[in-house]
Design a binder for this molecule. Structure first.
Ligand code: NAP
Length: 440
């Protein structure tokens, strides 16, 4: 047996992910040592409550409530507590005491990433966070390393399992949003307070992390346009299916060419429910799975697919980081800092162009279609397709037609101004929905 150098590994947190990381680290210690070229000694596990039940059977003597003492002298600190504080303070302490750090904490990295990366740069430490963007799916390393020689044009990600589970069941079973959400909560796919998932906050944090890597630019969380899925109803899902589309909550990170408004390249980062064609690879991502579709200038289209969450699945990504950290620790030298030198401007949502599907209920009278077409044309929104069906609307007492209008690419600001004018036009009874269409 090889007498490897010992590296002291401190684990902060033993919840869904941390308990699995500890169990795998102990179970596969010899194998991991061979891969890392160092013996990974789990020196302790910091938790809040020593008596809380754990998902895996771990030696009691490893547990402590004194995280700060555990950090001192550690070579690698794994943070799996979640939240901003005290996680941030502990990570900064770990960096300043010479450790490399591994974290899955998207909330912390999306809000305080630059501070943590700067602190690591100052002392030559390395920050690993493969599990922070899409659980078990390797996407951070592909963006940071494998595609470092290419130019990423666009990322479209299904990065929140809860919302994908809800939208998928609405699509495949015709279920209502509220019913599926309640079932998702009962099954443990959704939190009792589902806001972070269904309002798109979790996806926005991941979008900020992915975009900053893809475009070498610091992305403040408040620069990410965010909309959730609570307005999506059965009628929208049916209408999407009818048109050969499916609705997914997408994180879209896009490089925009210079145009009349900007004399240099810029980027857009946005999270919203959007229609994608059923032939698109992202349309086949079912249940709580995640996928990240990357379009790169030279590599073309790449798709990364798998479990975006789950304790043991996420532990795989964390342990990959631990092995990388160990290898670097043994090799020595300074860590590689985050590349944010491109520093591209981030455009507001109003300047983004996409295709749209606008569903209207209009008076079923001669000339109405021409009026609607005129308003769209005046607003610089060009029509690609129109489908009209007469519907029976007992509340209105007048014949009503439903118009489903597909547009060519239009500017978001033009589109939203035009929809306001349509709503006020007198021929439109109701704007049923306005959805973006993504994926060419
Ligand atoms: P969790 O189940 O809530 O576990 C959190 C752990 O941290 C618990 O063991 C808790 O101790 C400990 N902890 C919290 N505050 C502490 C403090 N002040 N001092 C010491 N220990 C403290 O969380 P999780 O689901 O494992 O998630 C951990 C991280 O991974 C989060 O950043 C999350 O976003 C990320 N992540 C999770 C998943 C997933 O599928 N769960 C997927 C991807 C990324 P007690 O047990 O004593 O309460």
């Amino acid at each position: 047996m090889i007498d490897y150098r010992r590296l002291r590994v401190a684990l902060l947190g033993a919840g869904a992910v941390g308990s699995q990381v500890a169990a795998l680290l102990l179970k596969h210690g010899d194998e991991l040592a061979d891969r890392a070229g160092a013996a990974l000694e789990l020196v302790g596990i910091a938790v809040r409550d020593l008596d809380a039940p754990r998902e895996t059977d771990l030696p009691r003597e490893l547990f402590t409530t004194d995280a700060e003492s555990l950090i001192v002298g550690a070579d690698i600190v794994i943070e799996l507590m979640g939240g901003i504080e005290p996680a941030k303070t502990y990570l900064l302490q770990a960096i300043n005491s010479g450790a490399d750090i591994v974290t899955a904490n998207k909330a912390l990295l999306a809000t305080h990433g630059p501070e943590i990366f700067d602190a690591a740069d100052q002392v030559g430490a390395q920050v690993y966070y493969e599990a922070a963007a899409a659980g078990a799916i390797p996407i951070i390393r592909p963006l940071r390393d494998s595609l470092a020689g290419d130019r990423v044009q666009r990322i479209m990600g299904i990065v929140n399992g809860t919302t994908n589970y809800i939208l998928d069941r609405m699509d495949t079973e015709g279920a209502d949003f509220a019913d599926v959400l309640a079932q998702a909560q009962a099954l443990g796919y959704a939190e009792s307070d589902p806001t972070a998932d269904v309002e798109g906050y979790d996806a926005a944090q991941k979008a900020a992390i992915l975009a900053s890597l893809a475009f070498h630019t610091t992305i403040p969380l408040d620069a990410v346009h965010r909309e959730g899925i609570t307005s999506i109803d059965k009628a929208m899902i049916d209408s999407a299916r009818h048109a050969g589309h499916v609705i997914k909550l997408l994180a879209v990170c896009e490089r925009l060419a210079a145009d009349a408004d900007a004399d240099s390249e810029s980027i857009s980062v946005r999270v919203y429910p959007a229609l994608i064609h059923r032939d698109h690879p992202l349309a086949s991502v079912h249940g709580a799975n995640n996928a990240v579709f990357v379009e790169a200038e030279a590599a073309g289209n790449l798709m990364f697919y798998g479990a975006g969450a789950g304790g043991v699945q996420t532990a795989s990504a964390v342990l990959g980081d631990v092995v990388s950290a160990a290898r670097r620790h043994i090799a020595g030298g300074v860590g590689v800092g985050e590349s944010t030198r491109a520093n591209l401007p981030i455009v507001p949502i109003g300047r983004v162009t996409t295709r749209y599907q606008i569903t209207l209920e209009v008076d079923d009278q001669p000339g109405v279609l021409a009026t609607v077409a005129g308003i769209l044309s005046d607003g610089r929104v060009s029509i690609a397709t129109v489908e009209q069906t007469v519907i029976d609307h007992p509340d209105l007492g007048v014949p009503v037609a439903r118009l489903v209008i597909g547009t060519h690419k239009a500017r978001e600001q033009d589109l939203s101004d035009t929809v306001d004018r349509l709503a006020a036009s007198g021929v439109v009874e109701r704007v049923v929905s306005v959805l973006r269409v993504e994926g060419d």
